[in-house]
Design a protein around this ligand. Sequence first.
Ligand SMILES: Cc1ncc(COP(=O)(O)O)c(C=O)c1O
Length: 353
Amino acid sequence: MIDLRSDTVTLPTPAMREAMARAEVGDDVYGEDPTINKLQEMAAERLGKEAAIFVPSGTMGNAISVLAHAGRGEAVMVGNQSHIYRYEVGGASTLGGSPMYVLPTQDNGMLDLYQVEIGISDGSDEHSAPTALLCIENTHNRCGGAVLNVEQVEALSKLAHAHNVAVHMDGARVFNAAVALGIPVSTLVSSVDSVMFCLSKGLSAPVGSIVVGSRAFIHKAHRMRKLLGGGMRQAGVLAAAGIVALEQMVDRLAEDHENSKRLAYGLADFPQIDIDPSRVVTDIVNFSVQNAQQETLSEAETLRFLEKTQANGVLMGTMGEGTIRAVTHYGVTSDDVDKALIGIRKALIEMHI
Ligand SMILES: Cc1ncc(COP(=O)(O)O)c(C=O)c1O
């Protein structure tokens, strides 16, 4: 089975398992786990921020960040396609008491600067919640792994900061963005106030995410992590895998990007598949399937198609509205991509479309 559902299905590497077995540990709630401390220092340095905190998941990292930036009744701006808005159970509002001000996400993962500007409230009007935070996503999951470049990130940050609004980057896959752009990740995130990134996606660690920011922000983040029950004890066994992820698994993301382009261009050869392969720049490939009338398959038909690809050895996921997502990752080779294309072709034939 070639599993292209997500880069979260990656298994820890042999080097990670070995590092986990050997990890020196302590009680991290007391700040005494040397392996976690080392990972946090490495992460802060790598992203060019003052401090970092190790957290159990990307979702918790984003929730901690939102809670640390925005108080109850302060608004958080998000894109309507963002992970924070769509897939995190409304944490900003339900946990933090922050109304979410929702803007349309553009197809390239960007937010419109004018809409951001007019959406910001400075609190002078007592009818509206003052805006405390702008959240951006890089790479953008629902926009097919689209990358925001330095200029785009800086334009958003500059605008937000001019209105005293902080900027948080959901950088679950920010290393994919930096690798795709060929720049240090610290350059890409230098203008934002905080970043969450995941060790457990393309970087292949079994568990964990990191939040980075200023020392004062990370101090608050510690309190929010405790509030959410995310304070872990001898979790150095997990951080050990994260250290290997940062040391050994970043540069190889380029291989995943090559494989996703190979998949995208292969898919573009099938007349039933609607895809613009030139937009595939990281590890995510979004596409849809069309019937003989050139209509996108309904959700039910899409699920039937995915059952057929599975029967032909290829697992992929649906993003709703007929969009299918395939993600390349550690453990998927270029040969696997070619085999996946054969499986997908067989499934299309079996669908009689
Ligand atoms: C863009 C983005 N942000 C955040 C997350 C949440 O990460 P986790 O699954 O570790 O909670 C994901 C997970 O897929 C994601 O794609």
